[in-house]
Design a protein around this ligand. Structure first.
Ligand SMILES: Cc1cc2nc3c(=O)[nH]c(=O)nc-3n(C[C@H](O)[C@H](O)[C@H](O)COP(=O)(O)OP(=O)(O)OC[C@H]3O[C@@H](n4cnc5c(N)ncnc54)[C@H](O)[C@@H]3O)c2cc1C
Length: 455
């Protein structure tokens, strides 16, 4: 209790000194301070605690500086239907309750919290926009905002979800036969089967459309897959992996639904990442892996079909970048309200406010971009270049915003336990996956000028 009293006395003393330094000698409170201090000394410990609690509540009510932090400044969420808002709120609540408290620890250790599979099962939001698949349903706008909301808490968690629900389920939804959809999608929707998506290779990243080295070869009723894949999210524990390989006979890219436990398929976790440490990215070797024709995606005949999946998921990555930027901004805003230098919260300094204003402006521009993109997607009007513009703009902005957030925390900004550094690292992965900045800019450049400048 002595501590609480000392704390109050100390705060009062500092307040008086600061007020005096600013020439505020007329403060009424100054005259009453000695009386107040002697009164406090006579109070019991519990009374002092009650007083502090009460003062905090009054302060919260009266001080216009202390507001609920919400970076949806233009209220884009209000564009959702009421039932969609309810789904989004459920996601927000569960992220706060079940994911936020554990992510720092798992991120530091580079491990995947298996319990979040149950969290997503409860939410029932896999395949939100897919017809004929169970679970909750909604627009592409809702799907985008759900991704944003998850990433706002943790980008790795969102990547796990995006790889499963969009890349893996999306490949089967867009490229699978009716039988394949019926066999896999309901189980994946319930997360009874977890999916991964294997396109990138150690030697082939950006150039996947032209030069996959992993091959497939038809042998009777089977296909034989040989080669290596790199960076495959969920790759160490997924039940099924969507594998893209070049057919040695017709040189076209084909897709396969491969059981991870098939003979000849060997996964190795990539350990030394400085981003998305919760995501289990794998290096996968395919040593003459045999897959029946029934597991070849029946409607994936060339890379254009793979691109249709990537177009959809690129929009999702743009939304993730908005969530990542919002998470970093909100954490740092809170920090600037609490961190004091020169006797006042740093949020009160002009240069700090300039950065906060810049961050919020950029977040708002990002939100407006992805919101419109999803509206176009809902109308069936999302093109490759429209998705690429959003992916480039949002991931570039996300990198800038997370960097500013770190800067505003001073030295504390590099400590993972202070949250912002995690977003800063994760922004680097968003910037590079699903098409780097350069590749998406080239897609856009081709649309603007009519010239293809890839090679
Ligand atoms: C965390 C993480 C998770 C991932 N998850 C998956 C996954 O689940 N499944 C999957 O298949 N892949 C995944 N990837 C792979 C990702 O999609 C690739 O990293 C990305 O496509 C870039 O390929 P690359 O890393 O090989 O870079 P490279 O293609 O080697 O590019 C290196 C640099 O060269 C530039 N460059 C290349 N070509 C050109 C050009 N023509 N003009 C100008 N510049 C050029 C690039 O922009 C980049 O800056 C993941 C990657 C990361 C980092």
């Amino acid at each position: 209790m002595t501590n609480a009293l000392t704390e109050i006395a100390e705060k009062l003393k500092l307040t008086i000194e600061a007020a005096e330094r600013r020439g505020r000698k007329d403060l009424k409170s100054l005259a009453t301070v000695p009386a107040l201090l002697s009164y406090l000394r006579e109070m019991s410990g519990d009374e002092v605690l009650l007083l502090i609690d009460h003062a905090r509540k009054i302060n919260k009510r009266r001080n216009p500086r202390i507001k609920a932090i919400n970076s949806d400044f233009y209220d884009v969420e209000s564009l959702l239907k009421p039932e969609e808002r309810a789904i989004l709120q459920e996601v927000r609540d569960i992220m706060k309750a079940e994911v936020a408290p554990i992510v720092t620890d798992y991120w530091m250790r580079g491990e995947f919290p298996r319990q979040i599979i149950d969290t997503f099962r409860k939410l029932d939001i896999c395949g939100l926009t897919y017809d004929g698949v169970g679970g909750k349903k909604g627009s592409h706008l809702l799907e985008g905002m759900v991704g944003e909301e998850i990433a706002r808490t943790d980008v790795s968690t969102c990547t796990f979800f995006g790889v499963h629900s969009q890349l893996a389920m999306g490949s089967i939804y867009l490229c699978g036969s009716e039988e394949q959809k019926a066999e896999f999608l309901p189980k994946m929707q319930r997360l009874d089967l977890i999916g991964a998506f294997a396109l990138t290779e150690p030697n082939v990243g950006s150039a996947a459309s032209l030069g996959l080295e992993t091959t497939c070869r038809r042998e009777g009723d089977d296909w034989v897959i040989s080669g290596e894949k790199k960076w495959i999210g969920n790759g160490t524990f997924a039940d099924v992996i969507i594998v893209w390989a070049k057919d040695v006979d017709d040189d076209q890219v084909k897709g396969f639904i491969v059981d991870r436990l098939t003979d000849g398929l060997v996964t190795e976790k990539i350990e030394d990442k400085m981003a998305l440490r919760i995501v289990q990215n794998a290096l996968i070797q395919f040593k003459d892996v045999r897959v029946p024709e029934s597991r070849r995606l029946q409607n994936a005949n060339n890379f254009k079909d793979t691109s249709a999946v990537l177009r959809m998921t690129r929009a999702g990555v743009a939304w993730q970048a908005v969530g990542c930027a919002r998470g970093a901004y909100e954490h740092v805003l809170q920090y600037t309200m609490e961190r004091k230098q020169f006797d006042r919260p740093i949020a009160g300094f002009q240069l700090v406010q300039d950065m906060l204003a810049q961050m919020l402006s950029q977040v708002t521009a990002m939100q407006a971009t992805v919101t419109r993109l999803s509206q176009l997607q809902d109308r069936g009007e999302m093109t490759d270049e429209r998705a690429s513009l959003a992916k480039v703009f949002c991931t570039v902005s996300c990198r800038q915003i997370t960097s500013m957030a770190r800067e505003l925390m001073g030295g504390n900004g590099i400590l993972i336990s202070n949250q912002v550094a995690r977003y800063l690292g994760d922004a680097e992965a968003l910037y590079s996956y699903e098409g780097t900045k350069q590749i998406n800019s080239l897609i856009l450049g081709r649309a603007i000028t009519g010239w293809s400048a890839f090679v």
